[in-house]
Design a binder for this molecule. Structure first.
Ligand code: GLU
Length: 325
């Protein structure tokens, strides 16, 4: 008789049920993708890194991995793509795991209100970038990870391979070289921060590791699995602890407020999850306690987020109620 208080059974107009058996998960992913393509908006493929301009604008995939061990997807979910700034989630996690809170003396954790590659704040804020996900901040994180491990890009690669179980995850050296050749803004930021004493390794080394981890190629399945440690409150796939529960919470918080360029407010409004996007068109979102979802399509909006990727995540969380709010 108490069932009358359970709206899942009584409110037939509310579709935000806690549907998560595997058949339902499959349907949810497909429905979310179908909802996304109903809008005519597709965005534009990033071309400021020439090697990225070759991405297939029609590609679209989505994968979900759950903390209870299921992983499934639809569309181009097994097609590798350039993860770009999605890698910054993993560099941050590793830098905190290896070096703890000392990181925060060199990088802040506030939204920047500026484009991801902006230089303007760096001068007024004395070479301390606003957050770990804008390029300047990611360069500082890469520098600290390089200092802590001796191989920042290798550490990210190892983590991705281990968590996804996919040994094919690798750096695309042609993309990294293309980034280096056209990376004047990143080089300018790195030198600028070095001028303020906020880099501990030679600028060339920091840039090389940064470009390498941005140029990692992985598919939606790999990234959904690799993001699960944040849904598991810091635990890796093998059960060992990468981060404390509190560190995992904090990374999720910074993802929510700063993870999707200068549109994190819009992403929180539409999707309501911690997430990280990249200019390759990938978006990885965390469902704390439940799982991780990766959507990918290379067409980007003006802020740099995948148009179809965000739309699919929006549709998924709207249909399920799976958000942190
Ligand atoms: N490697 C890219 C850059 O430095 C990353 C951009 C991104 O995905 O936000 O411009």
């Amino acid at each position: 008789m108490n069932n009358t208080h359970d709206t899942r059974h009584t409110d037939h107009t509310d579709h935000t049920h806690d549907r998560d058996d595997t058949d339902d998960l499959n349907a949810l992913v497909r429905d979310a993708m179908a909802a996304a393509v109903r809008s005519p908006l597709r965005g534009r493929v990033a071309d400021y890194i020439p090697a990225l301009a070759e991405a297939d604008p029609t590609a679209f995939g989505m994968a979900i991995a759950t903390v209870d061990g299921r992983v499934l997807g639809a569309g181009d979910w097994r097609r590798p793509f350039s993860i770009q700034s999605v890698s910054k989630l993993f560099t941050l996690a590793l830098a905190l795991a290896e070096g703890g809170d000392a990181l925060w003396s060199g990088v802040g954790r506030e939204p920047s209100g500026n484009p991801f590659n902006s230089l303007v704040q760096l001068e007024t804020e004395h070479g301390i970038p606003r957050n770990p996900f804008i390029n300047a901040g990611a360069l500082v994180v890469t520098d600290r990870l390089l200092e802590l491990t001796g191989d920042a890009a290798g550490a990210v690669l190892d983590l991705l391979r281990a968590e996804s179980g996919d040994p094919a995850v690798d750096v695309n050296r042609a993309v990294a070289a293309s980034e280096a050749e056209h990376g004047h803004r990143n080089a300018a930021m790195a030198h600028f921060m070095a001028g303020y004493g906020n880099l501990r390794n030679p600028v060339e080394d920091v840039l090389a590791h940064y470009y390498a981890h941005c140029a990692i190629e992985a598919d939606c399945r790999d990234l959904a699995l690799a993001g699960l440690f944040l849904a598991r409150h810091g635990l890796r796939a093998d059960g060992s602890r990468l981060l404390s529960r509190s560190e995992a919470k904090r990374i999720n918080a910074v993802l929510l407020t700063c993870g999707t360029y200068d549109a994190a407010g819009e992403f929180a409004y539409r999707v309501g999850l911690p997430g990280k996007s990249g200019v390759g068109g990938g978006v990885l979102a965390v469902l704390p306690g439940r799982g991780a979802v990766c959507a990918w399509s290379p067409g980007l909006d003006a802020a740099g987020n995948s148009v179809l990727g965000v739309a699919a995540l929006d549709a998924l969380t709207t249909a399920t109620g799976w958000s942190v709010f």
